[in-house]
Design a protein around this ligand. Structure first.
Ligand code: FAD
Length: 291
């Protein structure tokens, strides 16, 4: 199918883009990589009266590292995140999660900002951002504000962004020394959305697990942080005795539903199993001194 008619703008600056969004309010949609928006428009599940294409705003595509923070412009393609030496060196979890998004052709167009703004509950990047305790910068008519990953995802395809706000930057703390991370997922086919995805970031201090952060996708209305499981790992460590309790805590915390892909029971079970595997892998990487 073809999309319903719409007015098209391709501003050259963030200021102009925000002005267009403000002018047209909820009737406008931002176009980034188009990998989610265009299928929805073609199926006429979404009919924006106005499309604001941000692809000509070159200043929105960058990856930088400074003062302990990795910053990525919203228009950074997911293939650039996956392939960036800076990302791999400083926040490997983000590169590993990005590599699980769709196929390479999709990652060449899809952007980190679009992926987060789309807020698909099965998307990998939101789960990684939760585990990394990252933030996004939203730029609107009144200027910039920072939104923590924990406050960004409000429901399926729903975020805390206002209709007149553009997600302009993603900020992630650089892994501290002693870190190990892993992203694992189960999907029906290579390149599909995750049935269950698990992002783990651990920090080792001697033999102790000083810090554990777990984000899951595919098992609720949004990506979910697993706080009880984190507490178990931080108090009992990554041990054979503690891991069954971690799996149980995850099974209790997730809220999957039945759909054509898998039953809720299956997703809940896989969430526990996959979390234990991801924790073991992240811990092994932390022990090897790699991240
Ligand atoms: C076959 C296929 C398989 C896929 N598999 C996966 C997968 O496994 N995992 C996964 O996570 N995704 C998957 N995707 C989706 C893909 O990753 C998209 O790139 C991503 O979800 C949206 O990014 P985009 O840049 O294409 O955004 P767009 O499609 O351009 O926009 C998506 C939404 O975000 C809004 N938006 C975009 N950028 C901004 C911004 N800067 N500020 C405010 N709002 C903004 C748009 O208005 C729209 O509502 C798949 C897509 C396809 C077609």
């Amino acid at each position: 199918m073809k999309p319903a008619a719409f007015q098209y703008f391709d501003p050259q600056s963030v200021t102009d883009a925000v002005a267009r969004l403000r002018e047209h309010g909820g009737a406008a949609k931002v176009l980034a990589g188009g990998q989610s928006l265009l299928p929805l428009m073609n199926l006429r599940l979404v009919r924006p009266a106005v499309v604001v294409d941000i692809n000509r705003i070159a200043s929105l595509a960058y990856i930088r590292e400074s003062h302990g923070t990795l910053t990525l412009g919203a228009l950074t393609r997911l293939s650039a995140v996956e392939g960036s030496d800076v990302v791999r060196r400083h926040v490997p979890l983000l590169a590993e999660a990005a590599a699980h998004v769709g196929h390479l052709a999709i990652r060449h167009r899809g952007t980190i900002g679009g992926n987060l703004a789309h807020a698909d509950p099965a998307s990998e990047i939101p789960a990684a951002l939760l585990a990394l305790e990252g933030h996004v910068v939203a730029t609107g008519p009144r200027g910039e504000r920072t939104i923590a990953a924990a406050d960004l995802f409000k429901g399926p395809l729903t975020t805390a962004l206002d209709p007149a706000e553009l997600l302009t930057e993603v900020r992630v703390p650089i892994d501290p020394p002693g870190s190990g991370s892993a992203f694992l997922e189960v999907s029906r086919r290579e390149g599909d959305y995750a049935l269950v995805g698990v992002a783990v970031l651990l920090q080792k201090d001697g033999g102790r697990c000083a810090r554990a952060r777990l984000g899951l996708c595919g098992v609720g209305g949004t990506a979910l942080r697993m706080r009880e499981a984190e507490t178990i790992l931080e108090s009992a460590g990554v041990t054979d005795d503690a891991l069954p309790a971690v799996a149980l805590a995850v099974e209790r915390a997730v809220a999957p539903s039945d759909d054509v892909q898998a039953s809720a029971d299956y997703r809940r079970h896989v969430a526990g199993v996959l979390t234990v595997r991801a924790v073991r892998k992240a811990w092994q990487r932390a022990q090897e001194g790699g991240r």
